[in-house]
Structure formats: C-alpha cells, structure tokens
Ligand binder design. Structure first.
Ligand code: C2E
Ligand code: CA
Ligand code: CA
Length: 947
C-alpha cells in the first residue's frame, strides 16, 4: 500500500469504502426490502385468493337466501290462502291449521332442508318431528335471533344431536301474525351448491390480474376445473401437461402456498411461479391465485440494478474526486519536495509561499523556519570555513616564510625552551633543529655580554613584550658572531605570555664592514683616538650610567700650549708626530676605562668616570701635567710642549655632553690665562676650594713634618661624685702664626691623605706622656680618651704602633679609652671586631663616640667589646627643647644600663641639661658647662683647683 502514490491510495480507499458502504447498505436493505416485497406480494395473492373466495361465498349465500326466501314466501302465500278459507268459513280454524301444517311440512327444501314454525314465545308450533311441537326452544342462540327478527335471513352453524360436526345452515323467516307463526325455511347451505352459477363470477375472476401475468383459478369437486384463464373441463384432461402436477398438489393440500417451475408459454423459459390457494368447504372448491415470482421480485431486481449502478457511479465519481483531493494534497507536497530538492542543490534562499492553515501550511512554515535556521548555520559555517581556510592559508604562508626565511627563527615556550627552529637557524648556528628542541637558547650564549645586558633585555621584553638589538652569540663550532635579534612575546587571548619568537640575522659580514665604516667615522685618522662624535656618544652613555649609579664623571679638556708656533715653524708633518706622541702620552696615563678623544688640532678630551671627589681629579691633572714636562724628541729636535687643562664635572658643571665639553673648553682658556701649563676647574668656587684645600694639605703635610700640633684635654665630670674622672684628648693645629685650627677642619683631610696615621700616633704618644705627668703633678689617675678614626682602625700597623707607644711610655692601658664612632663599627665588621678584640685584650677600654647618629641595634652592639656609650652632642643640645630628644637620651641611657655599659653625655653646656641627665640617670658629663678643651699647662691648675 505504502508503495502506491497518495493519489492511488486515495482512489483505492475511496472506492473500497464506497463499495463496502454500498454493499453493507444493500446487504442490509435488500433482504429487508425483499422480505417486504415478498410479503406484500404474497399478501396480495392471499388477499386476492380470499377476495375471490369471498366472492364465491357471497354468490353461494345469495343463492341460498333467494331459494329459502322463495320457499318462505310460498309458505306464507299458501297459509294466507288457507287462512282466507278459514275466514270465509270454508274451513274451521283447526282444519285450516292442519291443512297449512301439512302443506308446510310437505314442502321439500334441498336434500335435508325442512320448514318449521315457532310461536313468538319460543315454543315450536309446527315441526317435521311432531314430538318437538309445543317444546320451547328459546334456549338456542339462533332461536333467540329468530324470535327477535320474526322475518328475514339468518345463518348459523348447527349439528343435529346424532351428528358430530356442525354444518353451515341458513333459514329464512316469514311471520304469520293471525296464528303467531314464525314460518322458518331452514336448510344446510351446501345443499344449494348446485344452485350456484359459476358464470355469475367467471368474468369477474378472469378480470383479476396479478402482476403482469398472474391470474386466479378455481378447482371444484372431482378435479373439475371451474374457472381458469385457459383451461376448462377436468384436470385429467391435462395429464400430459406440466401444470397438472401443480394442480394436483393444490388439489391435495386444499389450503396453502406452493412454489413451482413452469415453462412460460410465451417466452418458453422455465420460470418460477408461486401459488396461494384456499379451500371453500361449502362448495368443495379451491380458489387459487398464481404468478411468476420474477414478477414479484421485479422491484428487488430494480434495487439490485440501482445498487450496481450506484457502485458504478460512485466509482466513476471516486476516481476524479480522489484525484482532486489527492492533487490538493500532493501538489503542495510536490511543490515542497521541489523546494527540498532545490535546497538540496544548494539554493539556501528557497522558501515556501504556502501559508495555508492546514498541515501542509504548517509543514511549509516548518520548512521555512528550518531553512532560516539552516541558512543561519550555513552562513556561520561558511564564515568559519572561510576563516579556517584563511588561517590555514596563513599558516602555510607562515610555514613557507618560516622555512625559507634568511633569518634564523626560534619559537620558545613560556619557560624559554625551544619548541621550533627553522632551517636558517641551522645554517647560521650550525645546530640541527633536533639538537636544540627542548633546550634553552642560552646554549648560543657568548661571553661577550654581562649579566646586566640579559637582565635589561628581559626586563624590556617583560615590560614591552618586545626587544630588538644586536647581540653576540656563539655557533656550534665555538665561533662567536653578532646577530640582529628581535624577540617578541606571544600572548594568548587572556594576554598571558605563552611563547616567545626570536628572529635573528647573522650580521657578521655587515658588522665587519660597518665596524670599519663606524670606526672610520668615529675615529681620528691621525691618532686612532675616538673623534668628537664617538666622544659625545660615550659621554652620553657615561652620563646615564652615572645618573643611575649616582656617581660623578669628569672631562679634561687638554690643549697644547704654543702648538701653533711649532706647527708653523717646523711644519705640519712634525706637528702630526707631536700630536701622535701626545696621544700616546695621554693613553699611557689613562687606562682602558677612560676615554681619550681628539677633537681636532691640538685639542684632546679625556673622560674620567666614577670620580670620587675633586681631589682625585686634581691628582690626575697633576700627573698629566707632569707627563708633559718631559721633552718631545722628534727628528733630532728636543721640544718642550706644555699643556693647559680645563676640567668639568657631571652633574655640577652640566648634564649633557655638549655643555660639559663647552664648559671644559672655557675652563681650559681660564688655565691658559692663568699662565698655561696648569689646570682650571670650570666653577670658580670649586677651583678656590681645591686651591685652598691643596694649600691646607700642603700645610698639613708640613705641620706633620714640623710637628705643629698640640693636644688639648677636656675634663669629664661625674656629677654624682662631683669629681673629674677622665679627659678627652683633642688635637689642635697651632700654626706658626699662632692661629689654632679646629680638628673638624683638618681631620677629614688628614684621613683622606693618610696623614691621620701620623697625627693619630702623635696624639696617642702625647696622651700617654701626659698621663704620667698628670699623675705626678696632681696625683689623679684619670681615664684619658683618645679619638681613633676609621682610617686608623683599618690601618694594618695600628696594634703594632699602640704596643710600641705603650711600651715606650710605660702608661696604664687600663686608664686609656679609645673613642670610635658608631659608623666605624658598621663597615668591615668581621675585621673590625677582630681589631677591637685585640685592643680590648691589651687592656684598653672602648667607647662608642657620637652614639645615636648611626643605626646601632642592641644585638649589634653586643658583638663588640664596648665599655661606654657616648651620647652625641646633638641630642643633648636639643634635649631641653624637644621632648623627643629627651626620650632618645633616656632610651640610650636605659640601653647602656641593659648592656651594662657606662654612659657619657657630651656637649653639655647648661645646668638644665645636666639636671635632666641627672634625672635620667646619666652622671658622666663632658661639656663647656664644666670645662673646655685646654692645653696641659692650663689643665694641671684646673685639676688642682677642682674642688
Ligand atoms: P669629638 O670626638 O666629638 O670631640 C668632641 C668635640 O666637642 C670637641 O671638638 C670638643 O671641643 C667639643 N666640645 C666639647 N664640649 C663641648 C660643648 O659643651 N659645646 C660645644 N659646642 N662643643 C664641645 P674639637 O676639639 O673641635 O674636635 C672636633 C672633632 O675632631 C672631634 O669630635 C673628633 O672627632 C676630632 N678629633 C679631635 N682630636 C682628634 C684626634 O686626636 N684624633 C682624631 N682622630 N680625631 C680627633
Ligand atoms: Ca671624641
Ligand atoms: Ca663626639
């Protein structure tokens, strides 16, 4: 079924249903109708038979009645006549009655009929059976009817006392009033059959038509055919005729129905017939009606024809109708199918226009919706496919580039391990790709760059995601080579670095050419020294370095004195030689770190980095000037060429190369003006300071040589006991003119120049000698504190020198205290601890000077063999004004107590300060409040006079 098209299926279904419905209807209706028709027809036959029977019966009745009436009327006439005779007197009444009685009784009625008379009271007046006369018989039904009617006709059934069956009887009455006689002529009705004339109704019966060819017929006694359309006589005459058997059956059965076949005389066809027949007993007749059944069933045939016709028409209609309905379904479906095929061919824009509310409309809308969605997906898909194709193309392109690039390319993962390298990488480095996968690119590292270089490089990559620069790497064969390297960080979508790509170009060749060009463009052809361009570049680099490291750098601007004269008089060739010799001389003095440049002519610039202070420069300048004091030996000439120097300092005299050079030039002219063969600092004050310092230094040197020093002593008082318990030795420089210079002014210089070692030894010696003198002159064995500078402490001969002094002077080391500053403890700790332990072991006490200005912590102090803390003067000075300083002092005092150290306050100038210190628990006091540092000749009386 499903293999058939919808249209065919519909046609088949329609037809089947129609046929089935019609057959179902027909099957139900036909038997029903058949039954009805059959019944109707049979009824009609029965009715016809009955009607004909009734008709015959009626004819019989009429005959009986007429006959009886005639008898009855004759009797009445006869009695009347007799009664007339009585009346006329011819007869007596009894004679008359008797005569009448005989006359009545003699009257014959049929075979068994007779007359009788009734009185109106019901008693029999005359009767053939004389025994019955006088008997009242009004108990019989028909008698009562007689009594009621007196005249007329009645029918009834009667059986004589000796007879079993009742038989149909009839009587006709006439009433003779004068004698109250109801004269009744009574007889059995069948006695009168002979009287019935068949001709009376033959025509009527013949006229009866049943269907087309049905008819009525009557068979009488002894097989006599009484009425029949075409038969007369007796049945016997038809023995040879087919119909005889039928007639015979009817004759036997008398009542009923039979069906039989008979050859139709007209059509000669054997046709079924039906006959219905009824017996009339009075006449001993059988009335029958018969007809062809096909005539009966004609309407049924019509129905069958109608049914067949209906089926045919239904089928004829079902075909186009189902085709029509089929089309109404299949045409839109086929359209949709066409749309589907269209879509299948790739037409994504195809849509159904069907918007009907039926299922196909729904399907169409679903189709459209599907296509919309599909088109959307298709569109996305196409975009994605295009994107993928594009990225695939890009990938291939990049792969091509990667594989064919002249540049070496490596890709590393986030940890810096190589995951990919290209053929150029192998060509340049000599490493196979397989060898380097998983390795760090530092296998290529040369030792040409310091750690800082890589650090800076990676900092830049991390910060900017990119680095480009030249770098020296090493090939597999060990040869180092320069490359132009670009490193880029690759980020993922969340901006996390996932890879690094390094692209490099071997620039060895380029480099060597470039180097040559660069060298030529950056160097002076005559001397081979860097020219101005390179100088400026280097100064710029040095400046940025100095800025970073917070150091200073300096430029020496050097110009030969009177070079023009030499050049003019002895020729340029000789001048060139002098310039070359000059370059050599400078180079011999200044090492690799410094830059020597020839700006042109006889002008040179020397850049010195990491300048500690101006004195360091002066030192260099003097060495340089000294180098020019030697004669130039050229072509047999012995020439003296002095030079003038201008000095600038970064950042003091300029912050860029141009300014620094220009100012150095200016300073150089200053030196020329000052008489040549000298140097000049760009800033006058600096120049002055240097000059002054140089003078002092010279003077200090002389002072040491000539021993222009004196030691002053400042007493220390214990305010608890009120006694002087110690002294601090403080050096003084007493110049020949009597001027006393403060140690604050020359001690730093002495430290720098190293003169402090000698000065220190002097103070130590003096103090030891004075110790003895004080004991001798005052009897006081005071603790003498001697200041020891950092330079002294670091000096390798310190312990040896002290030993010698103590041994030579015979002083008590137990009564000598060394004052060292807090800052001295901080640097060179291990060595310092060792030295201090040695000193301590020799019996000397140790005091921390200027305590509180450094960063000493409790734990830190414990490391040193210290006896005393000396609170710095600055805290004491501010103590009265600032609560904060008081709390610092308090802290120092508490701390010294915790450490079991003595504590001394220095610089105490007021009573108030002393009071506070006393309150805080510090009793050792040094300061102008009690005494200023004083020479020995003042000290002795001071001590003697003290309290
Ligand atoms: P210092 O070791 O802190 O010495 C104490 C300084 O304070 C001394 O100055 C002293 O005169 C001064 N002074 C004392 N009491 C008072 C006061 O009440 N008010 C004021 N305003 N000042 C007071 P001086 O003598 O000028 O010495 C200066 C520095 O020179 C010393 O400071 C010490 O660091 C150094 N010095 C002195 N003599 C020597 C020495 O022989 N060898 C070494 N290496 N350094 C020395
Ligand atoms: Ca001191
Ligand atoms: Ca001090």
């Amino acid at each position: 079924m499903t293999r058939l098209k919808i249209r065919s299926r519909l046609t088949l279904s329609f037809s089947a249903i129609t046929i089935f419905a019609i057959i179902l209807c027909a099957g139900t209706i036909y038997p029903l109708v058949k039954n009805i028709v059959q019944n109707n027809i049979e009824n009609e036959l029965i009715n016809t038979t009955s009607t004909v029977a009734d008709m015959v019966q009626a004819a019989i009745n009429v005959s009986v009645r007429n006959h009886l009436r005639a008898v009855s009327e004759t009797n009445l006439q006869n009695i009347q006549t007799i009664y007339e005779e009585y009346k006329s007197g011819e007869l007596t009444e009894a004679e008359a009655k008797n005569k009448a009685e005989k006359l009545i009784l003699n009257q014959k009625i049929g075979k068994k009929g007779y007359n009788y008379c009734l009185h109106s009271n019901g008693s029999i007046a005359v009767h053939p059976n004389s025994k019955l006369v006088g008997i009242n018989v009004d108990n019989f039904d028909f008698i009562q009817k007689q009594l009621a009617l007196k005249t007329g006709y009645i029918e009834y059934d009667w059986a004589n006392p000796n007879e079993g069956d009742k038989k149909a009887k009839a009587l006709f009455m006439a009433y003779f009033k004068p004698w109250d006689w109801i004269i009744s002529a009574s007889a059995y009705r069948n006695d009168f059959v002979s009287l019935v004339n068949a001709e009376d109704f033959r025509e009527k019966i013949k006229a009866v038509r049943l269907g087309k060819s049905g008819y009525v017929f009557i068979i009488g006694k002894d097989e006599e055919v009484i009425v029949h359309p075409w038969i007369s006589g007796t049945m016997k005459e038809f023995y040879d005729i087919l119909g005889y058997q039928v007639l015979s059956d009817i004759y036997q059965k008398k009542n009923g129905k039979i069906k039989y076949n008979l050859v139709d005389q007209n059509s000669k066809k054997n046709r079924e017939k039906i006959a219905i027949f009824k017996y009339l007993p009075e006449m001993d007749w059988i009335v029958a009606s018969s007809m062809y059944t096909d005539e009966i069933y004609y309407p049924l045939k019509q129905i069958i024809y109608f049914i067949i016709f209906s089926i045919f028409i239904s089928l004829v209609l079902a075909l186009p109708l189902s085709a029509l309905i089929g089309n109404s379904i299949t045409i839109p479906i086929n359209k949709l199918v066409a749309l589907f095929s269209d879509a299948a061919k790739g037409n994504w824009t195809t849509r159904s226009k069907n918007n009907s509310p039926d299922e196909i409309g729904v399907l169409s809308r679903k189709f459209n919706k599907f296509m919309d969605d599909f088109q959307g997906i298709q569109c996305n898909l196409s975009t994605e496919v295009a994107t993928r194709q594009e990225s695939e193309y890009q990938r291939k392109l990049f792969e091509e580039v990667f594989n064919n690039a002249m540049e070496g390319i490596t890709i590393t993962d986030f940890n810096g391990n190589i995951i990919k390298a290209n053929p150029a990488f192998t060509t340049i480095t000599g490493y196979d790709v397989d060898e380097v996968i998983g390795k760090n690119p530092n296998i290529l590292k040369s030792n040409k760059h310091g750690k800082d270089f890589y650090k800076t490089m990676w900092e830049e990559i991390v910060e900017t995601g990119h680095w480009v620069g030249e770098i020296w790497n090493r090939r597999k064969n060990g040869e180092s080579f320069p490359e132009l390297l670009s490193i880029s960080a690759i980020h993922d979508s969340s901006n996390e670095t996932t890879h690094y790509v390094a692209v490099f170009h071997d620039i060895t060749e380029m480099k060597s050419k470039e180097k040559q060009i660069k060298y030529q463009s950056h160097h002076d052809a005559l001397t081979g020294l860097p020219n101005r361009v390179l100088l400026i570049d280097r100064i710029a680099m040095a400046i940025s370095r100095a800025r970073r490291q917070n150091t200073k750098l300096s430029l020496f601007y050097l110009d030969l004195d009177n070079f023009k004269t030499i050049n003019d008089s002895l020729g340029h060739a000789l001048g060139d030689i002098i310039l070359q010799i000059t370059a050599n001389r400078i180079s011999e003095i200044f090492g690799n770190q410094d830059i020597i440049s020839r700006l042109g002519g006889d002008e040179f610039v020397i850049m010195i980095e990491d300048v500690k202070d101006e004195f360091h420069l002066i030192n260099q300048a003097e060495i340089l000037l000294k180098a020019f004091s030697k004669p130039y030996k050229v072509n047999g000439h012995e020439l003296y060429v002095s030079t003038s120097l201008g000095i600038t300092l970064y950042p003091d005299d300029g912050e860029d190369p141009g300014t620094l050079i220009k100012n150095a030039d200016i300073a150089m002219y200053q030196a020329k003006e000052e008489g040549k063969n000298g140097y000049h600092m760009f800033k006058q004050e600096m120049h002055d300071r240097i000059e002054r310092r140089l003078n002092i230094e010279n003077a200090l040197r002389q002072a040491v040589n000539k021993n222009e020093f004196a030691v002053f002593y400042q007493p220390k008082v214990n305010i608890k006991t009120g006694k002087v318990y110690g002294l601090e030795a403080l050096i003084r420089w007493v110049q020949p003119n009597g001027e006393v210079i403060s140690p604050a002014e020359f001690i730093p210089l002495a430290e720098e120049t190293g003169l402090i070692i000698d000065i220190g030894k002097f103070v130590f010696k003096e103090s030891c000698i004075i110790q003895r003198e004080i004991i001798e002159k005052t009897g006081l064995n005071l603790i003498i504190s001697i200041n020891v500078s950092g330079r002294q402490l670091k000096h390798h001969d310190l312990i040896e020198d002290i030993k010698n002094i103590v041994d030579n002077s015979g002083c008590h080391s137990k009564k000598i205290e060394l004052e060292i500053t807090e800052s001295m403890l901080m640097d060179n700790t291990e060595k310092t601890i060792a030295t201090l332990n040695q000193i301590s072991a020799m019996g000397f006490s140790l005091s921390i000077d200027d305590f509180g200005t450094g960063y000493s912590s409790l734990a830190y102090l414990k490391k040193f063999p210290i006896n005393t803390l000396k609170i710095d003067r600055s805290f004491i000075t501010d103590m009265a004004d600032h609560g904060e300083d008081e709390s610092i002092v308090q802290t120092i005092i508490d701390m010294s107590k915790n450490l079991k150290l003595k504590v001394v306050a220095e610089g105490v100038e007021t009573k108030e300060q002393a009071e506070i210190l006393k309150k805080l628990g510090c009793y050792r006091i040094q300061g102008y409040l009690y005494a200023k540092p004083m020479p020995i000749n003042e000290l002795i009386p001071f001590l003697i006079n003290w309290e």
